[in-house]
Design a binder for this molecule. Sequence first.
Ligand SMILES: [Zn+2]
Length: 315
Amino acid sequence: MSDIALEDIGCPLNCPRGDEPILTGRDLINGLPGAFTIVRCRTCGLVRTNPQPTPASMSFYYPHDYGPYLGTQVQAAAPRRKLFASFRRVARKLFEFNATRLPKLPAGRMLEIGCASGAFLHKMAAEGWQVEGIEFSANAAAAARALGYPVHSGSLETAPMPSEPFDLIVGWMVLEHLHDPVLALKKLKAWMKPGGWLVLSTPNAGALEARVFRDSWYALHLPNHLYHYSKKTIRLVLSKAGWELEKIHFQRVLVDPIASFGYVLQKIGMSRLGYKLIKFPEQPGYWTYALYPLAVVAAAIGQTGRMTIWARKAR
Ligand SMILES: [Zn+2]
Protein backbone atom coordinates (compact mmCIF):
# COMPACT_ATOMS: atom_id res chain seq x y z
CA MET A 1 0.00 0.00 0.00
CA SER A 2 2.83 2.38 0.86
CA ASP A 3 3.87 2.55 -2.80
CA ILE A 4 0.43 3.65 -4.00
CA ALA A 5 1.04 7.28 -4.96
CA LEU A 6 -1.95 9.61 -4.84
CA GLU A 7 -2.07 12.95 -6.61
CA ASP A 8 -4.26 15.98 -6.16
CA ILE A 9 -6.08 16.71 -9.43
CA GLY A 10 -7.94 19.89 -10.33
CA CYS A 11 -11.24 19.90 -12.21
CA PRO A 12 -10.48 18.84 -15.83
CA LEU A 13 -12.75 21.67 -17.00
CA ASN A 14 -10.12 24.09 -15.63
CA CYS A 15 -12.51 25.54 -13.07
CA PRO A 16 -11.04 27.61 -10.23
CA ARG A 17 -10.16 25.35 -7.28
CA GLY A 18 -12.99 24.80 -4.86
CA ASP A 19 -14.44 21.36 -4.16
CA GLU A 20 -17.15 20.09 -1.92
CA PRO A 21 -16.33 16.69 -0.36
CA ILE A 22 -19.21 14.23 -0.80
CA LEU A 23 -18.11 10.92 0.67
CA THR A 24 -15.20 8.60 1.35
CA GLY A 25 -15.27 5.05 0.06
CA ARG A 26 -13.17 1.94 -0.48
CA ASP A 27 -12.42 -0.64 -3.13
CA LEU A 28 -15.39 -2.96 -2.65
CA ILE A 29 -14.86 -5.00 -5.83
CA ASN A 30 -11.38 -6.36 -5.13
CA GLY A 31 -11.14 -5.44 -1.43
CA LEU A 32 -7.77 -3.76 -1.95
CA PRO A 33 -6.55 -1.24 0.65
CA GLY A 34 -7.02 2.52 0.53
CA ALA A 35 -9.70 5.09 1.31
CA PHE A 36 -10.80 7.46 -1.44
CA THR A 37 -12.65 10.74 -1.29
CA ILE A 38 -15.21 11.86 -3.82
CA VAL A 39 -15.54 15.60 -4.37
CA ARG A 40 -17.82 17.84 -6.44
CA CYS A 41 -16.45 20.90 -8.26
CA ARG A 42 -18.33 23.90 -6.87
CA THR A 43 -18.15 25.66 -10.24
CA CYS A 44 -19.32 23.05 -12.78
CA GLY A 45 -20.65 20.22 -10.62
CA LEU A 46 -18.36 17.51 -12.04
CA VAL A 47 -17.81 14.80 -9.44
CA ARG A 48 -14.39 13.17 -9.23
CA THR A 49 -12.25 10.96 -7.03
CA ASN A 50 -9.61 13.24 -5.49
CA PRO A 51 -6.81 12.67 -4.70
CA GLN A 52 -6.47 9.93 -7.32
CA PRO A 53 -3.94 7.09 -7.63
CA THR A 54 -1.38 8.23 -10.23
CA PRO A 55 -1.50 6.52 -13.65
CA ALA A 56 1.67 4.59 -12.66
CA SER A 57 0.26 3.28 -9.39
CA MET A 58 -3.22 2.55 -10.74
CA SER A 59 -2.28 -0.92 -12.06
CA PHE A 60 -2.35 -2.13 -8.44
CA TYR A 61 -6.13 -1.75 -8.59
CA TYR A 62 -6.42 -3.78 -11.81
CA PRO A 63 -5.48 -7.33 -10.72
CA HIS A 64 -5.28 -9.96 -13.47
CA ASP A 65 -8.67 -11.37 -12.51
CA TYR A 66 -10.31 -7.90 -12.69
CA GLY A 67 -13.88 -8.73 -13.69
CA PRO A 68 -14.31 -6.63 -16.86
CA TYR A 69 -11.18 -8.19 -18.42
CA LEU A 70 -12.78 -11.61 -18.12
CA GLY A 71 -16.35 -10.65 -18.84
CA THR A 72 -16.14 -10.16 -22.58
CA GLN A 73 -14.29 -13.26 -23.70
CA VAL A 74 -15.83 -14.81 -26.78
CA GLN A 75 -17.40 -18.01 -25.49
CA ALA A 76 -16.95 -21.18 -27.51
CA ALA A 77 -20.49 -22.66 -27.51
CA ALA A 78 -20.99 -22.21 -23.78
CA PRO A 79 -22.72 -25.12 -22.05
CA ARG A 80 -25.58 -22.93 -20.93
CA ARG A 81 -29.09 -24.09 -20.17
CA LYS A 82 -30.85 -24.45 -23.48
CA LEU A 83 -34.22 -23.10 -22.42
CA PHE A 84 -32.65 -19.99 -20.91
CA ALA A 85 -30.49 -19.44 -23.99
CA SER A 86 -33.46 -19.42 -26.36
CA PHE A 87 -35.50 -17.32 -23.94
CA ARG A 88 -32.65 -14.83 -23.88
CA ARG A 89 -32.40 -14.66 -27.65
CA VAL A 90 -36.07 -13.78 -27.97
CA ALA A 91 -35.96 -11.42 -24.99
CA ARG A 92 -32.95 -9.55 -26.35
CA LYS A 93 -34.99 -8.81 -29.49
CA LEU A 94 -38.07 -7.74 -27.56
CA PHE A 95 -36.41 -5.70 -24.83
CA GLU A 96 -34.15 -2.75 -25.46
CA PHE A 97 -31.64 -2.44 -22.64
CA ASN A 98 -29.76 0.37 -24.45
CA ALA A 99 -26.41 -0.80 -23.13
CA THR A 100 -24.55 -0.95 -26.45
CA ARG A 101 -27.10 0.89 -28.56
CA LEU A 102 -25.65 2.49 -31.69
CA PRO A 103 -27.02 4.98 -34.21
CA LYS A 104 -28.00 3.35 -37.53
CA LEU A 105 -24.85 3.61 -39.64
CA PRO A 106 -23.46 1.95 -42.75
CA ALA A 107 -20.50 -0.31 -41.88
CA GLY A 108 -17.18 1.54 -41.90
CA ARG A 109 -14.14 1.87 -39.68
CA MET A 110 -14.68 1.38 -35.95
CA LEU A 111 -12.37 1.75 -32.97
CA GLU A 112 -13.23 0.33 -29.56
CA ILE A 113 -11.50 1.88 -26.56
CA GLY A 114 -11.09 -0.74 -23.85
CA CYS A 115 -12.02 -3.67 -26.08
CA ALA A 116 -11.13 -6.26 -23.38
CA SER A 117 -10.94 -9.72 -24.99
CA GLY A 118 -12.60 -8.57 -28.19
CA ALA A 119 -16.21 -9.79 -27.99
CA PHE A 120 -17.70 -6.53 -29.28
CA LEU A 121 -15.04 -6.18 -32.01
CA HIS A 122 -16.01 -9.69 -33.09
CA LYS A 123 -19.71 -8.83 -33.20
CA MET A 124 -19.15 -5.67 -35.26
CA ALA A 125 -16.69 -7.39 -37.64
CA ALA A 126 -19.41 -9.96 -38.34
CA GLU A 127 -21.65 -7.04 -39.37
CA GLY A 128 -19.10 -5.87 -41.91
CA TRP A 129 -17.17 -3.29 -39.86
CA GLN A 130 -13.43 -2.91 -40.15
CA VAL A 131 -12.53 -2.95 -36.44
CA GLU A 132 -9.58 -1.95 -34.28
CA GLY A 133 -9.12 -1.87 -30.52
CA ILE A 134 -7.15 -0.33 -27.68
CA GLU A 135 -6.83 -2.33 -24.48
CA PHE A 136 -4.84 -1.61 -21.33
CA SER A 137 -4.63 -5.22 -20.13
CA ALA A 138 -1.89 -7.06 -22.07
CA ASN A 139 -3.63 -10.44 -21.54
CA ALA A 140 -7.00 -9.21 -22.76
CA ALA A 141 -5.38 -7.42 -25.73
CA ALA A 142 -3.59 -10.64 -26.70
CA ALA A 143 -6.91 -12.52 -26.58
CA ALA A 144 -8.49 -9.92 -28.88
CA ARG A 145 -5.51 -10.08 -31.28
CA ALA A 146 -5.83 -13.87 -31.35
CA LEU A 147 -9.29 -13.32 -32.88
CA GLY A 148 -7.51 -11.53 -35.73
CA TYR A 149 -8.07 -7.86 -34.89
CA PRO A 150 -5.44 -5.10 -34.63
CA VAL A 151 -5.37 -4.11 -30.96
CA HIS A 152 -2.99 -1.62 -29.35
CA SER A 153 -1.94 -2.93 -25.97
CA GLY A 154 -1.60 0.01 -23.58
CA SER A 155 -3.37 3.17 -22.56
CA LEU A 156 -5.30 5.50 -24.83
CA GLU A 157 -2.72 8.15 -23.95
CA THR A 158 0.12 6.06 -25.47
CA ALA A 159 -1.83 4.78 -28.49
CA PRO A 160 -0.41 5.96 -31.85
CA MET A 161 -2.40 7.95 -34.38
CA PRO A 162 -4.36 5.54 -36.64
CA SER A 163 -3.44 5.30 -40.33
CA GLU A 164 -7.00 6.30 -41.33
CA PRO A 165 -9.69 8.13 -39.37
CA PHE A 166 -12.74 6.32 -37.96
CA ASP A 167 -16.48 6.54 -38.65
CA LEU A 168 -17.36 5.27 -35.20
CA ILE A 169 -15.54 5.12 -31.88
CA VAL A 170 -17.10 3.22 -28.98
CA GLY A 171 -16.12 2.76 -25.35
CA TRP A 172 -18.23 0.67 -22.99
CA MET A 173 -17.74 1.71 -19.39
CA VAL A 174 -14.32 3.24 -20.07
CA LEU A 175 -14.53 7.03 -19.84
CA GLU A 176 -14.88 7.00 -16.04
CA HIS A 177 -11.52 5.14 -15.80
CA LEU A 178 -9.48 7.75 -17.71
CA HIS A 179 -7.17 10.10 -15.81
CA ASP A 180 -7.62 13.02 -18.21
CA PRO A 181 -11.00 12.66 -19.92
CA VAL A 182 -10.84 16.00 -21.76
CA LEU A 183 -7.44 15.21 -23.25
CA ALA A 184 -8.63 11.70 -24.19
CA LEU A 185 -11.80 13.02 -25.85
CA LYS A 186 -9.76 15.59 -27.81
CA LYS A 187 -7.45 12.80 -28.99
CA LEU A 188 -10.43 10.71 -30.13
CA LYS A 189 -11.85 13.70 -31.97
CA ALA A 190 -8.61 14.06 -33.92
CA TRP A 191 -8.93 10.40 -35.00
CA MET A 192 -12.48 10.78 -36.23
CA LYS A 193 -13.89 11.54 -39.67
CA PRO A 194 -16.00 14.72 -39.86
CA GLY A 195 -19.55 13.76 -38.87
CA GLY A 196 -18.30 10.58 -37.14
CA TRP A 197 -20.02 9.20 -34.07
CA LEU A 198 -18.70 8.65 -30.58
CA VAL A 199 -20.73 6.22 -28.48
CA LEU A 200 -19.84 5.78 -24.83
CA SER A 201 -21.46 4.22 -21.81
CA THR A 202 -20.75 5.33 -18.27
CA PRO A 203 -22.40 5.12 -14.84
CA ASN A 204 -24.96 7.81 -14.11
CA ALA A 205 -23.89 9.37 -10.82
CA GLY A 206 -26.91 11.67 -11.05
CA ALA A 207 -29.29 8.73 -10.48
CA LEU A 208 -31.29 8.41 -7.29
CA GLU A 209 -29.60 5.07 -6.54
CA ALA A 210 -26.21 6.84 -6.32
CA ARG A 211 -27.57 9.25 -3.73
CA VAL A 212 -29.33 6.49 -1.78
CA PHE A 213 -26.44 4.00 -1.58
CA ARG A 214 -23.58 6.56 -1.46
CA ASP A 215 -20.31 4.70 -0.68
CA SER A 216 -22.13 1.36 -1.22
CA TRP A 217 -23.27 2.30 -4.74
CA TYR A 218 -22.11 -0.54 -6.97
CA ALA A 219 -21.19 1.69 -9.91
CA LEU A 220 -18.99 3.94 -7.74
CA HIS A 221 -16.27 1.30 -8.16
CA LEU A 222 -13.46 3.02 -6.27
CA PRO A 223 -10.73 3.80 -7.02
CA ASN A 224 -10.96 2.56 -10.65
CA HIS A 225 -13.67 5.11 -11.46
CA LEU A 226 -11.97 8.49 -11.34
CA TYR A 227 -14.90 10.59 -12.59
CA HIS A 228 -18.58 10.14 -11.79
CA TYR A 229 -20.65 11.73 -14.55
CA SER A 230 -24.23 12.92 -14.62
CA LYS A 231 -26.41 13.96 -17.53
CA LYS A 232 -25.28 17.54 -17.00
CA THR A 233 -21.54 17.01 -16.46
CA ILE A 234 -21.04 14.51 -19.30
CA ARG A 235 -22.33 17.21 -21.66
CA LEU A 236 -19.87 19.76 -20.21
CA VAL A 237 -16.88 17.41 -20.55
CA LEU A 238 -17.78 16.44 -24.13
CA SER A 239 -18.32 20.03 -25.14
CA LYS A 240 -15.00 21.10 -23.59
CA ALA A 241 -13.32 18.55 -25.89
CA GLY A 242 -15.25 19.78 -28.94
CA TRP A 243 -17.98 17.09 -29.17
CA GLU A 244 -21.67 17.71 -29.62
CA LEU A 245 -23.84 15.54 -27.40
CA GLU A 246 -26.71 14.23 -29.56
CA LYS A 247 -28.52 11.87 -27.22
CA ILE A 248 -28.42 10.17 -23.85
CA HIS A 249 -30.05 6.74 -23.45
CA PHE A 250 -30.58 5.83 -19.84
CA GLN A 251 -30.08 2.07 -19.86
CA ARG A 252 -33.10 -0.02 -18.97
CA VAL A 253 -31.37 -2.02 -16.27
CA LEU A 254 -31.67 -2.04 -12.49
CA VAL A 255 -28.80 -4.39 -11.66
CA ASP A 256 -26.78 -1.71 -9.86
CA PRO A 257 -29.24 -1.01 -7.01
CA ILE A 258 -29.50 -4.77 -6.38
CA ALA A 259 -25.72 -5.20 -6.19
CA SER A 260 -25.50 -2.03 -4.06
CA PHE A 261 -27.99 -3.56 -1.64
CA GLY A 262 -25.65 -6.58 -1.54
CA TYR A 263 -22.85 -4.30 -0.28
CA VAL A 264 -25.17 -2.93 2.41
CA LEU A 265 -26.04 -6.48 3.53
CA GLN A 266 -22.34 -7.38 3.70
CA LYS A 267 -21.70 -4.36 5.90
CA ILE A 268 -24.30 -5.53 8.41
CA GLY A 269 -22.90 -9.07 8.42
CA MET A 270 -25.28 -10.81 6.00
CA SER A 271 -22.35 -11.88 3.85
CA ARG A 272 -23.82 -14.85 1.99
CA LEU A 273 -26.95 -13.15 0.70
CA GLY A 274 -24.94 -9.96 0.12
CA TYR A 275 -22.42 -11.84 -2.01
CA LYS A 276 -25.22 -13.34 -4.13
CA LEU A 277 -26.66 -9.89 -4.86
CA ILE A 278 -23.24 -8.40 -5.63
CA LYS A 279 -22.67 -11.06 -8.31
CA PHE A 280 -25.97 -10.08 -9.93
CA PRO A 281 -24.63 -7.63 -12.57
CA GLU A 282 -22.14 -10.24 -13.82
CA GLN A 283 -24.77 -12.94 -14.28
CA PRO A 284 -28.07 -11.27 -14.97
CA GLY A 285 -30.87 -13.76 -15.43
CA TYR A 286 -34.65 -13.86 -15.34
CA TRP A 287 -34.66 -11.04 -12.78
CA THR A 288 -33.26 -8.63 -15.36
CA TYR A 289 -36.39 -9.26 -17.42
CA ALA A 290 -38.71 -9.26 -14.41
CA LEU A 291 -37.40 -5.82 -13.44
CA TYR A 292 -37.65 -4.54 -17.00
CA PRO A 293 -40.99 -2.68 -16.68
CA LEU A 294 -39.69 -0.81 -13.64
CA ALA A 295 -36.40 -0.15 -15.44
CA VAL A 296 -38.27 1.38 -18.41
CA VAL A 297 -40.00 3.84 -16.08
CA ALA A 298 -36.76 4.65 -14.23
CA ALA A 299 -34.90 5.14 -17.53
CA ALA A 300 -37.63 7.42 -18.89
CA ILE A 301 -37.04 9.83 -16.01
CA GLY A 302 -33.22 9.52 -16.21
CA GLN A 303 -32.95 7.50 -13.02
CA THR A 304 -31.09 4.33 -13.93
CA GLY A 305 -27.44 4.00 -12.95
CA ARG A 306 -25.99 3.61 -16.43
CA MET A 307 -26.20 5.78 -19.51
CA THR A 308 -25.15 5.43 -23.14
CA ILE A 309 -24.32 8.68 -24.88
CA TRP A 310 -24.14 9.48 -28.58
CA ALA A 311 -21.92 12.41 -29.58
CA ARG A 312 -20.80 13.74 -32.92
CA LYS A 313 -17.83 15.53 -34.33
CA ALA A 314 -19.04 18.69 -36.00
CA ARG A 315 -18.76 18.58 -39.79
ZN1 LIG B 1 -15.36 22.13 -12.59
